[in-house]
Design a binder for this molecule. Structure first.
Ligand code: NAD
Length: 443
């Protein structure tokens, strides 16, 4: 279902009218394309407080002359309230000059439990980031990355400072946290210093399986992982086999017809992948909305089974069988409904909150014991068949109630998944990344 309001506001009369009426002004977002893979301009490197980080090692194209498309503000050294003034001093003069669909990334430090002054001002950076994200407009995004060292955050900075992160805003991402002790930076698994033969195809030689991939977000994830070089396995229910096969064939992958709720689904996936698996994307999901008072048990249990039960079972099976090998990635799909709750979705909200619990608990252990990271994407309103079925008024509210005043596209979730799947993202673990344009829900 096309977003007609977005198309209308892109016309001169539409812009004039909606401005006069004080209505939302969604900007057309600049997304990744092979013709335009980078931001349209230079990156400005700024520092607030005293910092020892050397950000030039990221190889990002910093420039003070080109028009500003992105700003990287190193605030890791902000330790007391007076340092916060330097955050204002750094950004106040430049915000206006950042182009449409530009990026602001603030770098912070982990909160120091032994220093409540440092913890207070580093936490202050979160409120700052989220507030700037809400006011900056013109398709520009603002995110905060907490890090200990630069190398491990390289894939994250490249993602956030690119058109690939068009619908990710207001997020706080910790790099290096929850990475466990077993397979740490010494093995290369805990750092970003993973050599990738072809930077354009970082997943070359890796196998990725995406559940519920015949259509919607899953299909976009498969496309994007294949673009990045992965050999893809398109899993969906037997009734969707035709679509799954067509997609797999086009991308040189294979289709796997399987209901993910089957008790032996994990074993059957393992049998289909005798050479092992590197990236497992739990994307299959369903909604069966009703208020709790009207919800029969079958609507409750089918949602819990597809969205959570099967995710837990297949994860366990593929880790314990060794199918998911060291250096592997699990990306599960939560939802902002699981973070904020949503009327009519007690079943769905419960299932998606369960994904968050799974990620937080399993991530450190999976990395320590198997060398596998576990993260989740939490989409907001994404334009798919699932949201096209939502009643008009609620659909319009879903589209506009975020800082970018529009819905996201399946490609936005796919790009976020590809960043988490990247070999250089080994230090990104236990994170739940909202792909929601900074939705007001649960923000
Ligand atoms: P969709 O309905 O378009 O696609 C879901 C796919 O999962 C379908 O191809 C379906 O056949 C498959 N599937 C369902 N049950 C399955 C099972 N038992 N075994 C194997 N495959 C199964 O949905 P979508 O909008 O692309 O959503 C994808 C994921 O993103 C879901 O987990 C959903 O909850 C989540 N999500 C979507 C949105 C959104 O706005 N679209 C928002 C938040 C979260």
């Amino acid at each position: 279902m096309a977003d007609r309001y977005l198309s209308f506001t892109a016309t001169a009369p539409g812009r004039f009218l909606t401005r006069r009426l004080g209505l939302p002004q969604p900007a057309e977002l600049r997304r990744w394309s092979s013709q335009q893979p980078s931001l349209d301009g230079g990156l400005l490197l700024l520092t607030a407080g005293k910092s020892d980080l050397d950000l030039t090692v990221t190889g990002l194209p910093f420039s003070s002359s080109a028009p500003t498309a992105g700003v990287l503000l190193d605030a890791t050294g902000v330790r007391d309230v007076s340092d916060l003034a330097s955050v204002h001093a750094a950004l106040h003069p430049v915000v206006r000059s950042i182009g449409a669909s530009g990026r602001v990334v603030v770098l912070g430090s982990p909160l120091d439990p032994a220093d409540h002054h440092q913890a207070a001002v580093q936490q202050a950076l979160e409120g700052f980031t989220r507030s700037l994200g809400k006011e900056i407009g013109r398709g520009r995004t603002v995110n905060l990355v907490r890090l200990r060292e630069v190398r491990a955050a390289e894939s994250t900075l490249r993602f956030l400072l690119s058109p690939k992160s068009a619908y990710v805003s207001g997020q706080v991402i910790s790099v290096g946290a929850g990475s466990g002790s077993g397979l740490g930076s010494g093995s290369g698994l805990g750092s970003g210093e993973v050599s990738v033969e072809d930077p354009g195809q970082p997943l070359l030689g890796r196998t990725a399986l995406v559940t519920g991939a015949a259509r919607g977000i899953g299909a976009a994830v498969v496309e994007t992982l294949a673009r990045d070089g992965a050999r893809v396995v398109v899993l969906d229910v037997p009734s969707a086999l035709e679509d799954a096969s067509r997609l797999a064939e086009r991308l040189g992958g294979t289709a796997l017809a399987l209901d993910i709720t089957a008790a032996d689904a994990g074993r059957r996936i393992a049998e289909a992948l005798p050479d092992g698996l590197d990236v497992l994307v739990h994307n299959a999901g369903i909604t069966r909305d009703r208020r709790l008072v009207n919800m029969p048990v079958d609507r409750w249990s089918s949602v819990l089974e597809v969205n959570l039960g099967s995710v837990l079972r297949t994860t366990d099976a593929l880790l314990s069988s060794g199918t998911l090998r060291a250096g592997g990635r699990i990306v599960a799909t939560a939802s902002i409904a699981g973070l904020a709750g949503n009327a009519g979705q007690t079943n769905y909200g419960a299932s998606k909150a369960g994904i968050v619990g799974l990620v937080h608990s399993l991530a450190p252990r999976a990395l320590a014991e198997h060398g596998v990271t576990v993260n989740a994407v939490a989409p907001g309103f994404i334009e798919t068949k699932m949201t096209a079925a939502v009643p008009l008024f609620i659909r319009e509210a879903g589209r506009r109630m975020n800082s970018l005043a529009q819905g996201g596209l399946p490609a936005d979730v796919a790009e976020t998944t590809a960043w988490l799947a990247h070999p250089g993202s080994a230090a990104v673990n236990g994170q739940v990344i909202r792909v929601c344009g900074q939705s007001l829900l649960g923000a």
